[in-house]
Design a binder for this molecule. Sequence first.
Ligand SMILES: NC(=O)c1ccc[n+]([C@@H]2O[C@H](COP(=O)([O-])OP(=O)(O)OC[C@H]3O[C@@H](n4cnc5c(N)ncnc54)[C@H](OP(=O)(O)O)[C@@H]3O)[C@@H](O)[C@H]2O)c1
Length: 261
Amino acid sequence: MIKEKFDLKNKVAIITGASKGIGKAMARGLAEFGATVIVSSRKQEAVDQVAQEFKKLGFSADSIQCHVAKKDDRIKLVEKVIDKHGKIDILINNAGTNPYFGPISKMPENLYQKTMDININSAIELSNLVYPYMKNQGGGSIIHISSIEGLHPSPFMAAYNISKTALIMAGKNQSIEWGKYNIRVNSICPGYVKTKLSAALLENETSKKGFLKNVSLGRESTPDEMAGLAVFLASDASSYMTGTSIVNDGGLMNAPLIPMQ
Ligand SMILES: NC(=O)c1ccc[n+]([C@@H]2O[C@H](COP(=O)([O-])OP(=O)(O)OC[C@H]3O[C@@H](n4cnc5c(N)ncnc54)[C@H](OP(=O)(O)O)[C@@H]3O)[C@@H](O)[C@H]2O)c1
């Protein structure tokens, strides 16, 4: 049965940056399909709350604090999951940041480094930590949350753009190295999603109108609209997919080069 391929029962999934926004929505999606979800972010209290909320709904959830840019936190996260749950089937590298808006020529070195540490370096390091477990257990699915900003330049967020492009390529390299162990690695490229992170772009009604004018569907998405794709890539329904990046952007990447009349 094809339907059964979406089943995530007995799967253990780590989702970073899952206290709110896209990460929380994807964690809930995976939990609805039967996975035990490890909700993780920088704040223990915030992830405890989300795990409690999920448990009240009858889902299997746990919560572990992890600032993804901190090496000790990453190691502890993986060790704790293995100690308590015995395996890791799914890793979603979702935590991300965009601390600098401005020209590339004026980009402060520390903010560039912060962006790289959180958006790309941590995803590579966390993947390296789960890799031996996935290899020994016969496979796994790693999903990087990139962005359409990793496929197309923007005039004022170069560090973010560069980090998100690198994330897609990290996934491609991991996929060719780890495919023989049945470890699949794919990236999701969301467009505009209504979250705290995108508030800087979408809060102001005038600028929001400008941003959304090139979205075929004429609106930003909700975090929930990213969850189905995460379930698909996490599950056996996508068992032949690896090394790819999937755009989920309401048609924004199709923005016409000649302005619409
Ligand atoms: N929103 C969009 O339009 C959009 C579009 C394309 C791609 N994305 C990508 O989607 C991902 C999620 O973004 P979002 O919009 O859902 O953001 P969000 O609503 O601001 O949520 C960010 C999440 O990451 C956590 N977090 C932040 N820094 C962290 C760190 N250093 N270590 C661990 N957790 C951290 C936050 O929780 P704590 O504060 O509790 O740590 C929170 O749970 C990001 O990678 C972003 O680049 C977003």
